[in-house]
Design a protein around this ligand. Structure first.
Ligand code: AMP
Ligand code: ZN
Ligand code: FE
Ligand code: FE
Length: 280
C-alpha cells in the first residue's frame, strides 16, 4: 500500500487542479492520497469525484496555518467535519488575513518589483487561499524573477524587507479546534528549519496534551538529525509518525509519493476521524 498524506492543489498554492492531484497520485502508483490545501476544504468534492473515477482512495484534509509565539507552524487535519464552526472560524479568519497581508506585500514590493493586485488575482484564480506562492508567480510573470524558489529566496522569505506575516491561530487553539471538528491533528514538517524558526520540543509536548495525534517525520525538509529527534519525541509522547510529499505540482520540487505513511497509521487516523476515507 502506497499512501501519501500531504498534497496541495489550485484550491491553495499547488499548480494541479484537485482532480489533477488525484490523477498524478494514480499515475505515481499511489493507493491512497490526501489533499491538504492550506486553510481550506474547497478542493475536497472535486478530488473525491476524481478518486472514485480513477479508483484510488482519498483522504480529505487541510493544512492549518498556525503560530506559536512568533514562530509559524502548520498542523494537518484529517477527516474532520468541514462545516464545524470551531475550525471554520479559525481558517476563515486566516484566509481573510492572508488577503490583506498579500496586498501589503504587493505594496511593499512597490516600485522595486512592480506588480499589481490584479497580477496576483490572475495567479490565484482558482484559489480559496492566497499565499506568497501566488505573489511569486506574479513576479515570475512580470519577469522580475526566474521561478517561485528564486522569488522566495530573494524577496519573500521571512527576514526580507518585503516580508509581512499574517494572523494565524495559536497551535494549541488549532489542535483543540481540529479535535472539536472530529479531525485528526498531525504536526506538519515540525523540524523544517531551512525556511525559518521551528517550535521547541516543549511546544510539541503541550500540543500532545491538547490532543495532537501524530508528527509528520518523513518529509524532504527534515535531515537525519531532525528525523531522529522527532522519532524520539513521537515515541515518548505516544504520537504516530507519518511520511508525505507535500506535493505542490510544478510549484515545488517535491514529487508526489516521495515519502509514504504506513497502512497501520492510516487505519489509526481513520478510526479517530469523523469522516470515512473515500474508497473507490
Ligand atoms: P504562505 O502560506 O503565504 O506563508 O507561503 C508559504 C508557502 O509557500 C509554503 O506552504 C510553501 O508551499 C511555499 N514555499 C515556501 N518556500 C518556498 C520555496 N522556496 N519555493 C516554493 N514554494 C515555497
Ligand atoms: Zn503550500
Ligand atoms: Fe506546510
Ligand atoms: Fe504543505
Amino acid at each position: 500500500m502506497r499512501i501519501d498524506l500531504h498534497t496541495h492543489s489550485t484550491a491553495s498554492d499547488g499548480t494541479d487542479s484537485p482532480a489533477g492531484v488525484i490523477e498524478a497520485a494514480a499515475q505515481a502508483g499511489l493507493d491512497v492520497v490526501a489533499l491538504t490545501d492550506h486553510d481550506t476544504t474547497a478542493g475536497w468534492q472535486e478530488a473525491a469525484a476524481a478518486a472514485r473515477r480513477v479508483g484510488i482512495a482519498f483522504v480529505p484534509g487541510t493544512e492549518v496555518s498556525c503560530r506559536s509565539g512568533g514562530v509559524s507552524a502548520h498542523v494537518l487535519s484529517y477527516l474532520q467535519d468541514p462545516a464545524h464552526p470551531a475550525l471554520l472560524a479559525l481558517t476563515e479568519r486566516t484566509r481573510s488575513a492572508r488577503i490583506t497581508r498579500a496586498q501589503r506585500i504587493v505594496e511593499l514590493l512597490g516600485s522595486d518589483y512592480p506588480i499589481s493586485w490584479d497580477d496576483v488575482l490572475e495567479q490565484s484564480e482558482d484559489a480559496a487561499t492566497v499565499g506568497r506562492p501566488h505573489i511569486a508567480d506574479a513576479l515570475v510573470a512580470r519577469g522580475h524573477v526566474a521561478d517561485r524558489s528564486a522569488a522566495f529566496d530573494e524577496l519573500l522569505r521571512p527576514g526580507s524587507r518585503y516580508y509581512v506575516p499574517h494572523y494565524a491561530p495559536d497551535v494549541l487553539e488549532a489542535v483543540r479546534a481540529i479535535r472539536a471538528a472530529g479531525g485528526v491533528p498531525v504536526f506538519a514538517h515540525p523540524g523544517a528549519d531551512g525556511r525559518g524558526r521551528i517550535v521547541a520540543d516543549a511546544v510539541i509536548v503541550a500540543m500532545a496534551d491538547a490532543g495532537l495525534a501524530g508528527l509528520e517525520i518523513e518529509h524532504r525538509d527534515h535531515d537525519d538529525a531532525a528525523r531522529a529527534r522527532l522519532r524520539g519525541l513521537a515515541h515518548d509522547l505516544g504520537l504516530f509518525a507519518t511520511g508525505s510529499s507535500d506535493y505542490h505540482g510544478r510549484g515545488k520540487e517535491n514529487l508526489i509519493g516521495e515519502n509514504l505513511t504506513s497502512p497501520e497509521v492510516l487505519a489509526q487516523i481513520e478510526a479517530d476521524g469523523r469522516l470515512p476515507v473515500v474508497r473507490p
